[in-house]
Every structure is written in structure tokens, then in C-alpha cells.
Design a protein around this ligand. Structure first.
Ligand code: MSP
Length: 512
């Protein structure tokens, strides 16, 4: 039998007191995918965390007059608090300052050194301090850092190097023979043509010019330099090379690393090469998503377009923010974020379609049947289509989620609710109610609506968990297993619904 396990990761974030909506994007999507897999019966492990070493943190801590560890300890809660406010349910939050992580990185470094993949040399290059990246002349854009556009400076130091080129052929072979490894496909071509084919340079993997990093235990002047430390989190989090590697045995290789497009390079070149050198299997997929941008540009505090995501959550609700991140942008592309777009999306789908449907259906059931779930044998000519569309949705969602077409999967679920609204227009329950001889049809119509809402809410749960729970509360049902969406009729007769309460109110759009 196939081992139904699923290990999904986000990048580990640089600790910051200023996370923006773009940072939430990766994490919301990873959370929804993890919840979806869990609901589909997979033994799921989902990690996120923080990437806490490096010169930048060392400098900031100095400015603040505290040690780097004190500095990161202070701001780390910001990330945890933000993830909580978005309903992110990770299984582990890994910090690169965790003792277990540090020990694993030291062992990895030593092993690679002992077997000759890492050697000692001297680095001279062009260094961008904010990005902690060395660049070659040809990689600069107008003489500046190609990532952030800032000045770079000449730097020399004794350093250890990782001979990536030893593994280049094997890597290309792997990428070519596993088309699912780098997604979307456009990013695969970019990696091969722009980075691997021109020749992989040896990677600088230690520094002596700052101290805030994992010490190289056999050469005390050096700390492990950023990517070897950061990427190792995906296996140190599972206990690789520790006394307890149960999770590692169970969950490695990762099924999915979700990363922003600018770090695909590190995840599809350095990371698989590290794993090959460690003789470990490679992750099944690295998905490079696009950025949320504002007015076409990156979101940042300095550009003045920054707002704490918690302000949106407070104003419009956690699920409205989740819905926007999951639904608005084709997964893989860049997409524009604005408060107006968030409001419009919430109004159009969550208030007008879903909220309105749930509210008026439960209100009708209260008005006509005193909140009690009833049913009759009398059908209407519109039932069959509604029922068959509702029942086939799970399969459509599964197909889209297999391809990580998250917005399409959500839209397929919304289609149930749109179909229900159409069914209300077709069957006109308020007219049926006026005609005593048609009350049996009215019972059927309201039941079909309530049951379609129940099924839709189960499918929606990984994406908008709170909304689904609220729908189940109003429906007063415990029939919420995924198994129960396969057959129409799970909502038990005689159930007494709770009084209707609006789940999404229309937000006033001041610009309208
Ligand atoms: N620490 C590294 C990752 C190491 S993984 C072994 C890092 N951290 S980060 O904090 O800069 O970025 C974390 C993630 O947030 C990245 O995937 C990045 O693409 C994502 N985003 C940052 N700004 C973003 C947007 N505006 N939109 C979407 N995602 C964005 O990189």
C-alpha cells in the first residue's frame, strides 16, 4: 500500500518585526495545502520557522545594545503571533538557533569536509551586505546587487568552499528526468539555462568576518555561511543526525518545498547538491511562487506601502485575508495586492455568494420549518443538476490540488455555492411557501440547499477553517468527515439548526 505521508515546508523567514502581507502569502498557501492533505487522509508534517544567523542580525543587535540571541528572541514572537492570527497550524517551528539544528549543521559541514566536497580557500568577491550574498561581476545589474539594487563592496577572506560542480551533471540529469521536481516549468528552464549550464562556481560556505552563525567546530575562526545553515533546517527539523531521527525516517524526502521565486535557485541547485553529497533522497518538488506586489513593486517598509497584516485581519477577518491569498493570484504568478482588491474579493465571493447563501438558507429554514431539518420525496426539476454538481466537486478539487492549482480548487468549491444561489432563483422557495400544495417541494429545496452547503463547507475547511466551523455550528451538525461528502443526504432529518447569523457581511468600499 502506498505510504500516505506528506511533508511540506515554507522557507524559514528572516526574523523581523515588520512582516508584510507578502510574507503571509507562502505560509497561508502551505498551511492550506497541509490541511488539505490531512483532510485527505495523509499523515502530514508541516514546518515553518526562522533563519536567525548572519551579519545583518549581528549588526542590528549591536545597534540595539543586546546580544544577537537576545535580539532574535525578542522579535521571534512577532512571527509566531502573526501565524497564529492567520490560523497557521504548523507541526514544528524551527529556529536556526535551536541547539539541535546547530548540532546537525556542524555534523553536515564536517561530513562534507571529511569527504572532500568542502575545502578551504580564499574568497574575493563583490558582497552585498543586506542580502548577505556574494556576486560575480557578470551577475550585477548596473553595477549593483541584482536582488536589492544596492551597492556591493569588494571583499576578501579565508573561507571554506563547497565544490558544487562535482554534482552538476547528476543534478541536470535529475531535473531532466523528474519534470515535477521544479515547478512551474518556466522556473526549471531558467535554472538550467541561466545557472547550471553556464557552470556552477564553488560556493562560499563559511565566513570569518562575523561571528553570528553556527561555529565550524573544527576551525573556530569560521561560522557556517548562510545557505548551508538555512537549507539544513528541512532535515534538522526532523532530527537528521540526532539521537531521535524517527520523524526523519518517516517524512524525508520532503514532498513539497514552497518557496518564493527569488530563492528557487538555492532550493533547486545548492539544496539538492547538498543532499546528493549527503547521500540522501531529493525532495519531490520545489514550487516557486510569484510575489504579491503593490502597484507592480515589491512590498517593503521603506517604499511606504507597508501595512501590518494584522490590520487587515482585524478589519476584515482572518478568512478574508486567507481567501485573498489563496484565490486571487494564479499560483506561480505575481499578483497585485491592494486593500481595495481585498475588499472587492471578499464582497464578491465571501459576502455575496457564500455569506448570503448560508444566511438566507438558514433563515428560510427557520421561517418555514422552525429551524428543524425536514425533507420530502417530492422533487423539483432542478434537483438533479444541483446534486450531481455538488457531488462531483471533490474530484475536481483533488485534481486541481494535485497540480497545486489552489485558486482553481477553491473556485470549484465556490461553484457549489454559486450553483445553490442559482437553484434558489430557479425554485423560488418564497413562492413555494405561499402555496400549501407545494410545501413538499419547499422541504426538498431547503434540504438540498442545506446539504450542499454542508458538503461545500467540508471541502472548504482546509482553506477557510473558521468559516467552515461556523457553518457547521449553524447547521448544528457533526457530519463533517471528508467521507461524508461522497453521498448526498448526510445532514440528518430532525436536526435543529442554530439561528442564522451572518458569516460575511458586505464591506463598505469607500472608493466605490
Ligand atoms: N531566509 C530566507 C529563506 C531560507 S529557506 C532555507 C528568506 N527569508 S525571507 O524572509 O526573506 O523570505 C521568506 C519568504 O517570503 C520567501 O519565500 C519570499 O519569497 C517570501 N516573500 C517575501 N516577500 C514576498 C512577497 N511580496 N510576495 C510573496 N512572497 C514574498 O528568503
Amino acid at each position: 500500500m502506498e505510504n500516505k505521508k506528506f511533508y511540506v515546508t515554507t522557507p524559514i523567514y528572516y526574523p523581523s518585526a515588520n512582516f508584510h502581507i507578502g510574507h503571509c502569502y507562502t505560509t497561508i498557501i502551505a498551511d492550506a495545502i497541509a490541511r488539505y492533505k490531512k483532510q485527505n487522509g495523509y499523515d502530514t508534517f508541516f514546518i515553518t520557522g526562522s533563519d536567525e544567523h548572519g551579519l545583518k542580525i549581528e549588526k542590528k543587535a549591536k545597534e540595539a545594545g543586546v546580544t544577537p540571541k537576545e535580539y532574535v528572541d525578542r522579535i521571534i514572537e512577532n512571527a509566531k503571533d502573526l501565524w497564529k492570527s492567520l490560523g497557521i497550524e504548523y507541526d514544528k517551528f524551527i529556529r536556526t538557533t535551536d541547539e539541535e539544528h546547530v548540532a546537525t549543521v556542524q555534523k553536515i559541514f564536517k561530513k562534507l569536509y571529511d569527504q572532500g566536497d568542502i575545502y578551504k580557500g580564499e574568497y574575493s568577491g563583490l558582497y552585498c551586505t543586506p542580502c548577505e550574498s556574494f556576486w560575480t561581476e557578470s551577475q550585477l545589474v548596473d553595477g549593483k546587487c541584482p536582488d536589492c539594487g544596492r551597492d556591493v563592496e569588494e571583499a576578501h577572506e579565508e573561507a571554506y568552499f563547497f565544490k558544487l560542480s562535482n554534482y552538476a551533471d547528476r543534478l541536470v540529469e535529475h531535473i531532466e528526468s523528474h519534470p515535477e521536481f521544479i515547478q512551474p516549468t518556466s522556473r526549471k528552464n531558467e535554472m538550467i539555462n541561466n545557472f547550471i549550464k553556464p557552470g556552477l562556481e564553488d560556493l562560499c560556505v563559511s565566513r570569518t568576518s562575523f561571528k553570528w552563525g553556527v561555529p565550524v567546530d573544527f576551525d573556530s575562526n569560521h561560522v557556517v555561511y548562510v545557505w548551508v545553515d538555512a537549507l539544513s533546517n528541512y532535515i534538522s527539523a526532523l532530527g537528521y543526525l540526532s539521537d531521535n531521527d524517527e520523524l526523519f525516517k518517516k517524512f524525508w524526502p520532503a514532498d513539497l518545498h514552497i518557496v518564493g521565486k527569488e530563492i528557487v535557485r538555492f532550493h533547486t541547485i545548492i539544496w539538492p547538491i547538498m543532499l546528493m553529497a549527503l547521500d540522501l533522497p531529493l525532495p519531490k518538488q520545489v514550487f516557486g511562487h510569484g510575489w504579491l506586489v503593490i502597484d507592480g513593486g515589491k512590498i517593503s517598509k521603506s517604499s511606504g506601502n507597508y501595512k501590518d497584516p494584522r490590520e487587515y485581519i482585524e478589519a476584515y477577518g482572518k478568512d478574508a485575508v486567507r481567501y485573498f491569498a489563496l484565490r486571487e493570484v494564479p499560483f506561480g504568478n505575481d499578483g497585485n495586492f491592494s486593500e481595495i482588491a481585498l475588499i472587492n474579493r471578499t464582497n464578491a465571493d465571501l459576502a455575496n455568494v457564500l455569506g448570503n447563501l448560508v444566511n438566507r438558507t438558514i433563515a428560510m429554514n427557520k421561517k418555514y420549518f422552525n429551524n428543524v431539518v425536514v425533507k420530502s420525496d417530492k422533487s423539483t426539476e432542478f434537483d438533479e443538476e444541483l446534486i450531481s454538481e455538488t457531488l462531483k466537486t471533490k474530484e475536481i478539487v483533488d485534481k486541481y490540488m494535485d497540480e497545486l492549482k489552489v485558486p482553481e480548487a477553491i473556485d470549484a468549491i465556490m461553484e457549489i455555492f454559486r450553483r445553490c444561489n442559482k437553484y434558489i432563483d430557479e425554485t423560488t422557495p418564497w413562492l413555494l411557501a405561499k402555496d400549501e400544495s407545494r410545501h413538499d417541494e419547499l422541504k426538498t429545496v431547503i434540504y438540498n440547499l442545506l446539504e450542499s452547503i454542508r458538503i461545500g463547507a467540508i471541502l472548504l475547511r482546509p482553506f477557510l477553517p473558521d468559516t467552515s466551523e461556523e457553518i457547521f455550528r449553524q447547521l448544528n451538525t457533526q457530519k463533517t468527515s471528508l467521507e461524508s461528502v461522497k453521498e448526498f443526504g448526510g445532514l440528518s432529518l430532525g436536526t435543529v439548526l442554530n439561528d442564522p447569523e451572518p458569516i460575511f457581511k458586505r464591506i463598505e468600499n469607500k472608493e466605490e
